[in-house]
Design a protein around this ligand. Structure first.
Ligand code: ADP
Ligand code: ADP
Ligand code: ZN
Length: 213
């Protein structure tokens, strides 16, 4: 089963992707997590990606596509995967399709998590991230057991630099211009399913499992 998560930054793609990965036993592949891990480790790729991420801009397609195709070529992705944060542009979607086509495969579901812009800025300012293990919390909606500490690995939680209000507004602009056209792209392929992302995260997940079966 190969699944794509679509939706604005902060819509809850990552939260739902983790739940899907666990229930359906497929890897959760997040390009944002891969970039952040590279930044943390000070790799050349990380330094290149950071320039764009800090501005709320997309990392160039060429670089992003290379990273993603490398990742999904790994053994654990043979049984399928849930992609979170990729594709984010039509060219990325086309390259993915082409690569899958070569092996006689395709994306089975594109899940669009819908949340209006008004809700997004507020959600993002409350998001807290663990840069060590990738876990995500929210100060109101999904608080960790101990304030500021990751439940999973015990490391300190941070407000991501790009989750500050001004950068979030840039990211929303970028989303509307470059990523939203993917909704029509997958609609035309007949695999688009939309869910109401403003609902409680467990209700959103129930709607998704209804779709995936
Ligand atoms: P969010 O989950 O809040 O939408 P991500 O972790 O997915 O954020 O992405 C953070 C940043 O990483 C993006 O703003 C962008 O700069 C970069 N990025 C992640 N995935 C992609 C992608 N597929 N194409 C280009 N840039 C990406
Ligand atoms: P994305 O990957 O789309 O950027 P996240 O999954 O990281 O989004 O969620 C963004 C923020 O909103 C996080 O702080 C997360 O804990 C919180 N969140 C996720 N789903 C919900 C929900 N259904 N209701 C309220 N808050 C949510
Ligand atoms: Zn952690």
């Amino acid at each position: 089963m190969k699944i794509i998560m679509l939706g604005a930054p902060g819509a809850g793609k990552g939260t739902q992707a983790k739940m899907i990965a666990e229930k359906y036993d497929v890897p959760h592949v997040s390009t944002g997590d891969i970039f952040r891990a590279n930044i943390k480790n000070g790799t050349e790729l990380g330094m290149e990606a950071k320039k764009y991420m800090d501005e709320g801009l997309l990392v160039p397609d060429e670089l992003t596509v290379r990273i993603l195709l490398d990742r999904v070529a790994q053994e654990d992705c043979r049984k399928g995967y849930v992609l979170d944060g990729f594709p984010r542009t039509i060219p990325q979607a086309e390259v993915l399709d082409e690569a899958l086509g070569k092996t006689g495969s395709k994306i089975d579901y594109a899940i669009n998590v819908e949340v209006p812009d008004e809700n997004i800025v507020k959600r993002m300012s409350g998001r807290r991230a663990c840069l060590s293990c990738g876990a995500t919390y929210h100060v109101e909606h999904v608080p960790p057991q101990k304030e500021g500490i990751c439940d999973v690995c015990g490391k300190e939680l941070v407000l991501r630099d790009d989750d500050k209000a001004e950068t979030v507004r840039n990211r929303l602009d970028v989303y509307h211009k470059q990523t939203q056209p993917l909704i029509d792209f997958y609609q035309a392929k007949g695999i688009l399913h939309s869910v109401d992302g403003t609902a409680d995260m467990n209700d959103v997940f129930a709607a998704i499992t209804e779709i995936l079966g």
